[in-house]
Ligand binder design. Structure first.
Ligand SMILES: *[C@@H]1O[C@H](CO)[C@@H](O)[C@H](O)[C@H]1NC(C)=O
Ligand SMILES: *[C@@H]1O[C@H](CO)[C@@H](O)[C@H](O)[C@H]1NC(C)=O
Ligand SMILES: *[C@@H]1O[C@H](CO)[C@@H](O)[C@H](O)[C@H]1NC(C)=O
Ligand SMILES: *[C@@H]1O[C@H](CO)[C@@H](O)[C@H](O)[C@H]1NC(C)=O
Ligand SMILES: *[C@@H]1O[C@H](CO)[C@@H](O)[C@H](O)[C@H]1NC(C)=O
Ligand SMILES: *[C@@H]1O[C@H](CO)[C@@H](O)[C@H](O)[C@H]1NC(C)=O
Ligand SMILES: *[C@@H]1O[C@H](CO)[C@@H](O)[C@H](O)[C@H]1NC(C)=O
Ligand SMILES: *[C@@H]1O[C@H](CO)[C@@H](O)[C@H](O)[C@H]1NC(C)=O
Ligand SMILES: *[C@@H]1O[C@H](CO)[C@@H](O)[C@H](O)[C@H]1NC(C)=O
Ligand SMILES: *[C@@H]1O[C@H](CO)[C@@H](O)[C@H](O)[C@H]1NC(C)=O
Ligand SMILES: *[C@@H]1O[C@H](CO)[C@@H](O)[C@H](O)[C@H]1NC(C)=O
Length: 322
């Protein structure tokens, strides 16, 4: 009796795990079906139903449940679209499809992947909007959507990703302004939105962002002043790239609180005023670009204090003196 019960229980358990991992298998087979070009025949030769999906190229499983936890198909030259079935890989924590030619829109079913921590669609041909449901993937640490054809604005909802560390959206056709919610994420380390069509001003930073190291807004159409108190609470900023925009006004004094700054790039804007002597306090500075602005006055001799400085580009301004 006890034995019968035990085998029944085992039967149910094994059936359960079989049926759940067969969900993973059908999701991956749907992806295989949607890939119309596979130059190295990875899918045709390796993704065979005669072996467990856990042995398939690019697939990793958590050993206990045999459920798919990572799918890394970086750089395989795939052409195709994403099937909605990918949203059934409910244990997925990493999805990297970088350096392929996937196209079309991101299926809304991906919003079911509530365990996702690492997501990269970088360097593909995805188009349409950056979906606002990405903001519901609350475990996300890294979101790479760079080098695609996304053309909407940046959804406000991304600012509600409480654990986000890297937001990389460069080289798309993203329009609209940068939502201030982005600077509400205290875990943020890098924000890269260069080479888009962003408008409007740089949002205020209203809280301490102790992890933030890189801000790259190069090649957009940002206007207005650099917010006066922008750098009050960014003690670990290492790289600030604001070049090739339409920014005006002066360099805010708060910038000189960023003692870790290594790269400071403000070229090709409409900035004016003089270069403060406090520039000499940024002792880690290696590259400093302020060319093509309307700066005037003398170049402070304190710049000679910067022992790591190896690039200083100040051409096409109205500097005077030595
Ligand atoms: C599929 O690729 C994996 C990882 O490279 C390898 O371990 C496995 O032997 C391959 N399977 C087949 C059937 O080629
Ligand atoms: C993903 O795959 C690429 C290419 O095989 C490899 O270089 C990279 O380290 C992998 N990334 C992860 C997180 O497994
Ligand atoms: C998986 O997802 C697809 C499309 O979203 C759905 O039609 C299918 O029923 C789902 N379930 C399984 C077990 O494959
Ligand atoms: C994508 O390809 C480029 C060019 O080959 C390479 O430099 C880059 O490291 C690749 N990206 C990833 C994430 O593997
Ligand atoms: C994008 O990925 C392709 C492979 O699909 C690679 O050849 C190309 O160098 C990558 N581009 C960049 C800028 O990394
Ligand atoms: C974005 O591109 C799609 C086509 O992929 C187009 O239908 C849509 O109007 C574009 N939206 C914007 C805001 O440009
Ligand atoms: C920032 O987060 C706080 C709560 O942590 C919230 O009250 C506030 O509305 C958020 N601000 C923005 C601009 O999203
Ligand atoms: C900035 O705006 C100008 C004028 O509207 C336009 O020609 C240019 O393409 C825009 N640049 C970017 C990077 O959006
Ligand atoms: C810059 O350095 C000078 C001399 O060390 C110091 O007196 C001054 O308070 C510093 N300024 C800032 C903004 O840190
Ligand atoms: C420099 O100043 C002159 C005279 O005020 C002005 O005409 C010129 O446009 C300025 N050049 C730059 C690059 O700001
Ligand atoms: C910076 O340079 C100025 C002028 O060259 C010099 O008087 C000052 O002592 C230097 N400050 C530091 C902290 O090296």
């Amino acid at each position: 009796m006890e034995n019968t019960f035990l085998s029944l229980a085992l039967l149910i358990i094994s059936h359960f795990s079989l049926s759940t991992s067969s969900t993973d298998q059908s999701a991956l087979l749907a992806l295989k079906d949607n890939v119309i070009y596979d130059p190295q025949n990875v899918l045709t030769t390796n993704w065979s139903v005669s072996t467990s999906v856990c042995n398939w190229f690019g697939v990793s499983c958590r050993s206990r449940h045999r459920r798919v936890t990572a799918l890394n198909l970086t750089g395989l030259g795939f052409v195709g679209t994403l099937p909605p079935h990918l949203g059934n890989l409910s244990f997925l924590s990493l999805l990297y499809l970088t350096n392929n030619s996937f196209y079309g829109r991101l299926p809304i079913q991906l919003s079911n992947l509530q365990s996702l921590k690492y997501l990269s669609f970088g360097n593909n041909s995805f188009s349409g909007e950056i979906p606002s449901w990405l903001g519901s993937l609350t475990e996300l640490r890294r979101l790479f959507l760079y080098q695609n054809n996304f053309n909407s604005s940046i959804p406000l909802s991304l600012g509600y990703l409480p654990k986000l560390e890297i937001l990389s959206l460069y080289e798309n056709q993203i329009s609209g302004s940068i939502p201030s919610s982005i600077f509400n994420i205290s875990s943020l380390q890098r924000i890269e939105v260069s080479n888009n069509m962003l408008l409007g001003s740089i949002p205020f930073i209203s809280r301490a962002l102790l992890s933030l190291q890189v801000i790259d807004f190069t090649f957009n159409n940002l206007t207005g002043h650099i917010p006066k108190d922008m750098f009050d609470h960014l003690p670990n900023l290492k790289q600030l790239d604001l070049s090739y925009n339409l920014l005006s006004g002066t360099i805010p004094a708060s910038l000189f609180k960023c003692k870790q700054l290594q790269i400071l790039s403000l070229s090709v804007n409409q900035l004016e005023g003089s270069l403060p002597i406090e520039i000499g306090n940024l002792s880690m500075l290696q590259s400093f670009y302020i060319g093509r602005n309307h700066f005037e006055g003398e170049i402070p001799k304190e710049i000679g204090n910067l022992t790591f400085l190896n690039i200083f580009d100040c051409g096409i301004n109205n500097f005077t003196g030595e």
